[in-house]
Design a protein around this ligand. Sequence first.
Ligand SMILES: Nc1ncnc2c1ncn2[C@@H]1O[C@H](COP(=O)(O)OP(=O)(O)OP(=O)(O)O)[C@@H](O)[C@H]1O
Length: 385
Amino acid sequence: MSYAAMGRQSEIGHLRLFDFRNYELLDLSFQKRFVVFAGPNGAGKTNLLEALSLLSPGRGLRRAPYGEMARQGTQSGFSVKASVRIASEETTVVTSVRLDGEGPNSRLVRIDETQAKSAEELLDIARIVWLTPAMDGLFTGPAGDRRRFLDRMVLSIDPTHGRRASDFERAMRSRNKLLSDNRIDDRWLAGIEMQMAELGVAMAVARNELVANLTNAIALADPDLPFPKAGLVLSPGFEEGGLDGPAVQVEDRYRERLARDRYRDAGAGRTLEGPHRADLEVTHLAKHMPAGLSSTGEQKALLVGLIIAHARLTSVLSGMAPILLLDEIAAHLDARRRASLFDLVGDLGGQTFMTGTDESLFEALGDRAQIITIADGAVREPREE
Ligand SMILES: Nc1ncnc2c1ncn2[C@@H]1O[C@H](COP(=O)(O)OP(=O)(O)OP(=O)(O)O)[C@@H](O)[C@H]1O
């Protein structure tokens, strides 16, 4: 079944980079739903995916500072411009960063001729999901990486999640600062803690909902697929009662504990309870084993299964088939898994960009793919297979 029919589908038709990473000026046109960037190590393949990832909120798939993304030696910053077709209408998105004497500042996002009020507006244009080799250690690495992974998954379904999370962070930083300055001002702190409780519980509820929906999506997936099913358990980061009960009660309990624990938190130098302490526990369902104990290949396959389930969920819930950016995906999968991945992704109905050093790994795509060959930061004419 194709999910494309369920809603709006965005496709990037054209990409123009200016002073971005190792590209001084680059123009690319995409004609097919599968696009493969092929070329040797260091050619600039991941840089292209990173540029595409900037068409979504946040700092892109490397989470790099903007100053690092501007081509070395340039003084003026960079720009990434894309033409996106949405339901047969053409929209132009420009995301740019100007570097000046003050250092790299925030980026400007323009959609058609209008400057976006916030980067979240990009979610009206496209939902972009990525999988990179840097995520290989997700199950064994720090909880913060899993929280970010979870939050990106929530964001691609619920565009308000990013604002909620950054407002919570800001409120928590103000509380930590007041406590570390020993300014136990009851009224001031109570206001901040009320805000933290509202935002923090809303964040936790949104994460919880995502995990529940994703669990259902995984349960519905074909058991014969070569990607093992993942079990997901969210520890929301709240003590005493967790997320039990109606949201207002959870908020009240959390707010009361924040007030009670001011001296403890002042001593620790940080807030010890809240959604910033959440973690996502992932298990290999068939093996009844924590994902972190699976082999490297199994972990990759679990991650692919999760991304596909999430992409499908995004299609169904947001009505937009996500654009997938899969960095060096083919090298880690055997031929059967590769062919299955291509079919699954094709079935999602969105556009998919992949990278690889070896073109032959994408043979199973046949004429479904546009292969673009890159060497030393230059791109050969895109050729159609
Ligand atoms: N700001 C920058 N200015 C100029 N060049 C840069 C900048 N940042 C990174 N590079 C260079 O871009 C080149 C391409 O990097 P990229 O990660 O895209 O390679 P890749 O083709 O994905 O390689 P691999 O197959 O090894 O992953 C690297 O040689 C890197 O040093």
